[in-house]
Write a protein that binds this ligand. Structure first.
Ligand code: ADQ
Length: 463
């Protein structure tokens, strides 16, 4: 059996034998590495004055990781630069925030070349290589240039933008062409897949075949939609753990009979947090009778503090929360509880369960796992309501039961909150069951198998 080489910007291999602290993606990739053997390669998260090729190998809980340090300039140009100031905003349809700097593009290529140089000697003849996400588009091409003939796959965790937006990137065609170094490329949704096919066809002159193959200059890549799921079983167990029960009880006690609406997101402009606060404000304004009957708990740990747009969103949200609380709070009630820290998963599960509404309103999101976690954590006898942006990848699967909204519309959001608060138990149960059927079937293990099976199938990898 082939070994698996997973390459991603950061490595989330288990730190010790207790892998419970890992997120769903890390759990699934670690499980794949245990099954196939192999290595998880990536950046250590540390910096060094001068990179001398040193690789740090570790083996924990049956998973081998290999990490390298990066230099400060790499962080500026590759990670904070091209990855998070150019590609992230552009791929989330925010060309107003995207910065196109040649220095960033150069740094991105340099770090990808460094990854290629360093990981190449670790790859053996029969290994299968699986590269993750937008930090690493050109890595497959770099490995091919270094003689790597192995099967190689790439999975994009964020949306693929429509071609007219992508074409604002000076090196759009070169970037898209790097996808043809792979044998299989995967996206979360049919929509992102179609955007890629469209770009390939109209801007690169590729041919899109009915069987999912896309052909360019003699190279064929299989492009698939493979929506990521959560570790549903583990999450449901987590929601029933003593930690979750305690968190649930504490939330219920502190709610003193009021309905809680919960939002949980990294502090990121793609998550539609300003719009969420504004939608909630509209709800308070339009429904004086509901004031003091509800509150919004927004949990948003800061991320990417090295990027200015992330510092800005923090300030904006603090301002909005302050303004709304200032306008509506009373001595015995605060409409928004806004907290900026992370919580252990089991505790989060208890908090989700205590919430009558899960408010997930990204302006654009590759998938959004919080939506699935919120549903999985619910009490099967008395579940809450998921309000979900139609622009989250998760909407493709969860539209069967979620209340879908346009997050740009405060009015739709306000109406959906009222609908959620007033929804009877029978309808809540019906909607929840429909979503759970999907979440339990298409979980993260299903996702991982769907991708690796495509990658290892006989029809791909003609070399
Ligand atoms: P993210 O943008 O990080 O992921 P998401 O899918 O919602 O978004 O995952 C966030 C994870 O972080 C969830 O598992 C959530 O529980 C956890 N989390 C968030 N806030 C937390 C807090 N305060 N405390 C503890 N945990 C917290 C990217 C893409 C998504 C895609 C995933 C996976 O942007 O669209 O779904 O990758 O492919």
């Amino acid at each position: 059996m082939s070994r698996l080489i997973i390459i991603s910007n950061r490595v989330s291999a288990p730190k010790d034998s207790n892998s419970g602290a890992q997120g769903g993606l890390a759990v699934a990739l670690s499980a794949a590495l245990r099954e196939y053997g192999g290595i998880w390669f990536g950046w250590s998260g540390e910096t060094t004055d001068h990179f001398d090729g040193h690789i740090n190998f570790q083996r924990n809980a049956g998973v081998t990781s290999a990490t390298i340090d990066l230099e400060e300039q790499d962080l500026d140009e590759y990670y904070n630069g091209y990855a998070n100031r150019t590609l992230w905003p552009l791929f989330h349809y925010r060309i107003d925030l995207a910065e196109y700097e040649r220095g960033f593009a150069g740094g991105y290529q340099r770090v990808n070349d460094r990854f290629a140089d360093t990981v190449r000697p670790l790859i053996e003849e029969d290994d299968v290589v699986w590269i993750q996400d937008y930090h690493m588009f050109p890595l497959g091409q770099g490995l091919r240039k270094r003689g790597c003939k192995n099967r190689m796959g790439f999975f994009l965790h964020i949306p693929w933008p429509p071609r007219r937006l992508l074409n604002t990137l000076p090196e759009a065609a070169e970037l898209a062409k790097t996808m043809f170094a792979y044998d299989v490329v995967g996206f979360h949704t049919q929509e992102w897949l179609e955007s890629f096919q469209d770009f390939a066809e109209k801007d690169l002159g590729a041919t899109v075949h009915d069987d999912g193959m896309i052909e360019l200059e003699g190279r064929k890549v299989l492009a698939i939609a493979a929506p990521i799921g959560i570790d549903a079983k583990e999450f449901i167990e987590g929601a029933n753990s003593p930690t979750a029960r305690l968190a649930y009880r504490q939330m219920k006690d502190s709610a003193v009979g009021r309905d809680m609406i919960v939002g949980v997101d990294r502090l990121d402009y793609s998550k539609g947090l300003d719009e969420r606060f504004l939608g909630y404000e509209r709800f308070l304004e339009r429904h004086p009778e509901e004031r003091k009957e509800v509150f919004l708990l927004q949990i948003a740990p800061p991320s990417r503090g090295g990027v200015e747009s992330y510092q800005k969103i923090r300030t904006t949200l603090e301002g909005l929360a302050g303004r709304i609380n200032g306008a509506y709070a009373d001595v015995d009630w605060v409409p928004i509880r806004y907290v900026n820290q992370g919580y252990p998963r089991d505790q989060l599960a208890g908090i989700y369960r205590a919430a009558r509404i899960g408010l997930v309103t990204p302006l654009r999101d590759g998938m959004n796992l919080v939506a699935k976690e919120y549903v999985a954590a619910q009490d099967p006898e008395d579940p809450g309501v998921l309000i979900l942006s139609r622009f989250a990848g998760a909407a493709e699967q969860l539209k069967v039961g979620a209340v879908l909204i346009n997050p740009y519309s405060s009015e739709e959001m306000a109406d959906a909150i009222v609908q959620g608060l007033r929804m009877g138990r029978e309808e809540r149960l019906k909607r929840w069951r429909a979503m759970m059927d999907n979440i339990e079937t298409e979980d993260v293990i299903w996702w991982r198998k769907r991708f690796t099976e495509a990658l290892m199938s006989e029809t791909v990898g003609a070399d």
